[in-house]
Design a protein around this ligand. Structure first.
Ligand SMILES: [Zn+2]
Length: 405
């Protein structure tokens, strides 16, 4: 009651001063805020209380909105604001506090829209974060079982997608502090995979023209294929054949068609001693500069020369470009002639280091198996040491067709 009277005095002090208590009821009935009846005053008091409770709730909500640490807190702040709005909306127009209530209600509704926007942003950020982590986890599994370049590329693509998900998270999101280190981690992992791909590329041999990765899965462990290019030339090839024979080792000879026509008996010895014959063009020209027709002729003429010398049984199905120089035409043409193309994984550079057998030996002995080692018929110095060194490591010698069935 005291409080009510105080309010009346405060609000209508002039009227109270000038008019008697009886006149007061007559003069000011149209101002609801002045609480004309006791009943109305009780109502005003009730909504006053409601108003203050709602404002307190709203203030606590807004405080939380300004400093929320996680999605749950943001949701909580929205719930509180919503509850304040609901309470304020029940205040009727004819009570004292209504104008103030209406004003804050407008403010709170605007704030609610902001909170809803924030909530949407944080939900999206959280979804992106989770999606990114899932993709990164998937990439880990892919890397673990990766055998081919394709597998690594797929893992890399997934990590890039994971990173892109993280990049969509706005800088002012609550999870931003977690996003930065994760982004850096994914970038590091992408770099590692790129390294693995580069390493595999360096070892890549184009075996199947349509599937360059295929050999990785097929080449047996603890085995190497010794391959000899540019023969048959009797004075060179016979030295190689003698060493292979002495150690019971089979190799693969990429022969030049022109040499086959000139030195058929040497090719016949190659075949007789159980080695594999392969195609190294007819005139040892670099192929990429040639038209498809000429590339094809280089391969076909050699096939014919070999067939003429040692018969259909020894018709090659491996082809190696001179200097390893090949383009997509080469691969297509080889395929159309029924040849698979094979380069090498270790180049001994025996043609450059003819007088430095140590270099060639060291190079070849880098192999831990699963290698195709490139020699030339004229570079047989060091071959015997290489064979013994590899044998000591338990490595077997296979022809290309045995290595890559
Ligand atoms: Zn060659």
């Amino acid at each position: 009651m005291l409080e009510e009277r105080g309010k009346v005095i405060a609000l209508g002090s002039l009227a109270v001063l000038l008019l008697s208590g009886a006149a007061y009821e007559v003069v000011i009935p149209h101002i609801p805020s002045l609480c004309p009846t006791l009943n109305n005053c009780a109502r005003d008091k009730q909504f006053d209380k409601l108003y203050h409770t709602a404002v307190r709730t709203a203030n606590s909500a807004l405080e939380l909105t300004g400093q929320y640490q996680n999605l749950l807190e943001l949701k909580e702040s929205r719930d509180r604001l919503m509850s304040a709005i609901d309470q304020l909306a029940t205040i009727p127009e004819d009570v004292n506090i209504y104008p103030k209530a209406e004003q804050v209600l407008g403010e709170y509704r605007n704030k609610l829209q902001e909170v809803d926007k924030r909530l949407e942003i944080e939900k999206q950020a959280s979804a992106n974060f989770t999606a990114g982590q899932k993709l990164a986890e998937f990439a880990s599994n892919e890397v673990e079982i990766a055998k081919t370049i394709g597998h690594y590329q797929s893992a890399k693509a997934d990590l890039e997608k994971a990173k892109a998900k993280l990049e969509q998270i706005p800088a002012d999101s609550i999870i931003t502090s977690q996003v930065q280190p994760l982004k850096a981690e994914y970038q590091t992992r992408i770099k590692t995979i790129e390294g693995q791909i580069a390493q595999m590329r360096a070892n890549l041999i184009h075996i199947y023209w349509s599937n360059q990765d295929h050999w990785m899965a097929k080449m047996p462990e603890k085995s190497v294929a010794l391959t000899f290019d540019d023969g048959p030339v009797p004075q060179h090839t016979n030295k190689v054949l003698d060493i292979l024979k002495k150690h019971g080792v089979k190799g693969t000879f990429f022969v030049v068609g022109r040499n086959v026509d000139n030195f058929c008996p040497t090719l016949q010895r190659i075949v007789r001693e159980g080695h594999e014959v392969a195609n190294h063009t007819y005139s040892h020209n670099s192929l990429p500069k040639l038209s498809p027709q000429f590339q094809k002729a280089e391969m076909e003429k050699t096939q014919k020369a070999i067939q003429k010398c040692v018969g259909t049984k020894h018709l090659p199905f491996w082809f190696r470009s001179p200097y390893g120089a090949q383009n997509s035409t080469t691969l297509k043409v080889a395929h159309s002639v029924g040849l698979n193309t094979a380069l090498w994984t270790i180049d001994t550079l025996d043609w450059r280091y003819r007088n430095n057998a140590d270099y060639v030996v060291n190079k070849a002995l880098q192999s831990q198996g699963q290698d195709i080692i490139l020699f030339h018929d004229h570079g047989s110095a060091g071959l015997e040491r290489i064979i013994m060194g590899l044998k000591n490591r338990g490595i077997q010698f296979v022809t290309l067709s045995e290595a890559l069935p």
